[in-house]
Design a protein around this ligand. Structure first.
Ligand SMILES: [Zn+2]
Length: 107
């Protein structure tokens, strides 16, 4: 396979995790997600892009079922502790719990 004529983008098999979906995951699965070090609940989810924002995913260097695995690192905005979540776990939750109204504002 000749890869020289392909645009160089993010790693080609990297999954896509929308920022909004990640927020929904953490609100539902870790609603009381306090920092283990300082006790606050202020976490920053790294993302990029304008409009439809995507989470920054870190390759773990390992693979599962032939596909590379990724992690999402949240950083406590108070003490800087980072916690790591498996992206595959988040994505399978998102798949089972799709956003009811993409872009909707109802709460
Ligand atoms: Zn902290």
């Amino acid at each position: 396979m000749n890869s020289s004529d392909q645009p160089i983008t993010a790693l080609s098999d990297a999954p896509v995790l929308n920022f909004e979906d990640a927020v929904r995951f953490f609100q539902n699965i870790t609603p009381d997600g306090k920092c283990f070090a300082c006790g606050t609940d202020k976490w920053e989810i790294p993302f990029f892009g304008a409009g439809l924002q995507r989470c920054v995913l870190i390759p773990t260097g390992m693979s599962q079922g032939g596909k590379s695995t990724y992690s999402l690192n949240l950083v406590c905005t108070h003490c800087g502790l980072s916690r790591t979540h498996d992206v595959g776990t988040i994505l399978s939750w998102v798949e089972k719990n799709p956003a009811e109204k993409p872009g909707g504002v109802e709460q």
